[in-house]
Design a protein around this ligand. Structure first.
Ligand code: NAP
Length: 364
């Protein structure tokens, strides 16, 4: 029974549209409020996205007739939804303050934006890895005098493909010491209209503003520990990233070389690594959260997989697909990993966070 009313801020953008379409048949949540910039405010949702609806399915009828609110007016959402998904792309300082305003008004914010990823009492959630980080929310609320509202965020889309494989190995006693990560990131990651077609067709762009810094550091917060009401970053692994924009519509690939923080005789064999990955399961699977993939990590053994066009939609676009596992001549192992950037990496990842928070009793 989809009885919990939710709002989508930035509902007209790529990630916002993905939220609206994915929530159409969600068993717990229904979209009751949509908001975007003042350019869209006052129109019906169907009018606001007319000519720029990018999903493969039609606009959900229940959302089409909603009147778009001005996302800058947090009070406009009061009484209309139990939480908001934030998929806004705007001035970073203004967005940081705006998300805090929603939380201060008593509306929980599950954000896709990067502005609060480094706020120490805001969890950066990947529910298969750090579901316990939600415990900082009680401290966050207390420190700011918020009763019902809070902020939780999901990590950058570029890191999702290799985080679960690295975490699974760490949990099995095979921690990584150093990694070199080369990402091949889809154009949808840049929003709409995004990268000009003249720059993207027949081309690769070896630069994405701010992405390498996020790729190198967000993992440390996700692998961190909760101490004294804040998250203290893990000391490793040390990551060096090369982030590239490639002419793929959806699906971020990462090519990873990894060195274990273990003496030679303790390093896992390729067979052991395969076993660790294929048997990996975590709290979202145990709780049977509606958006959780049955198997968080799917291993492909063909020499030419994973590929975005063939593997990005596996299990609702929520599973990470790994392949090309082989020895590395410089570090220990090499592999390729793929995740869907607007599903696992954005909207459905945000929805999974909301499901986890609901299961943990953070909102009614
Ligand atoms: P987008 O397609 O450019 O959409 C931006 C949204 O923000 C639109 O709804 C837009 O409304 C609204 N907006 C813009 N300026 C505003 C303002 N001044 N006040 C209020 N609303 C405003 O961007 P996107 O790719 O969906 O990304 C949304 C967020 O998710 C960003 O923070 C991004 O970093 C993050 N993210 C994106 C991806 C991805 O794969 N694309 C993955 C992970 C995280 P109008 O339509 O009315 O202009």
């Amino acid at each position: 029974m989809n009885s919990i009313p939710v709002g989508v801020l930035g509902a007209t953008g790529i990630v916002g549209q993905r939220y609206v379409s994915l929530l159409e048949n969600h068993p717990w949540f229904r979209v009751s409020y949509v908001a975007a910039s003042p350019r869209s405010a006052g129109k019906t949702y169907a009018q606001a996205v007319s000519g720029r609806w990018l999903m493969g399915t039609e606009i959900p009828p229940a959302a089409a007739s909603l009147t778009v609110g001005d996302a800058n007016d947090a009070r406009a959402a009061l009484g209309k939804c139990a939480l908001v998904f934030s998929a806004l792309e705007m001035d970073k300082q203004a967005l940081k303050t705006l998300e805090e305003t929603y939380a201060g008004e008593g509306i929980p914010v599950i954000s896709n934006a990067s502005v609060h990823r480094w706020t120490p009492d805001v969890p950066v959630l990947l529910p298969e890895i750090n579901p316990h980080h939600t415990e900082v929310i009680r401290f966050q609320q207390k420190a700011r005098g918020w009763k019902k509202g809070f902020i939780a965020v999901k990590p950058n889309c570029s890191i999702q493909s290799y985080m679960a494989p690295v975490h699974a190995l760490n949990q099995a006693g095979f921690p990584a010491a150093r990694m070199i990560v080369t990402t091949l990131q889809a154009v949808s990651g840049a929003g709409y209209p995004g990268v000009p077609s003249f720059d993207m067709i027949d081309n690769v762009i070896p630069f994405i503003q701010g992405e390498e810094e996020k790729t190198e550091t967000e993992a440390l917060k996700i692998f961190g520990t909760v101490e004294g009401g804040v998250i203290v970053n893990a000391g490793g692994p040390l990551i060096s990233a090369h982030c590239n924009r490639v002419p793929v519509s959806d699906g971020h690939t990462a090519c990873v070389s990894l060195e274990f923080a273990l003496p030679k005789d303790k390093k896992p064999s390729l067979e052991t690594i395969e076993r660790v990955w294929t048997s990996f399961s975590a709290l979202p699977q145990e709780l049977a959260l509606p958006s959780a993939p049955a198997h968080p990590i799917i291993l492909r053994r063909e020499p030419n997989r994973p590929q975005p066009a063939r593997d990005r939609d596996v299990d609702k676009g929520m599973a990470v697909v790994v392949g090309r596992l082989r020895p590395c001549r410089v570090f220990d192992i090499r592999f390729a990993a793929l995740s869907h950037n607007t599903r696992r990496g954005a909207a459905l990842g945000g929805i999974l966070n909301a499901e986890l928070l609901k299961a943990q009793g953070f909102f009614d």
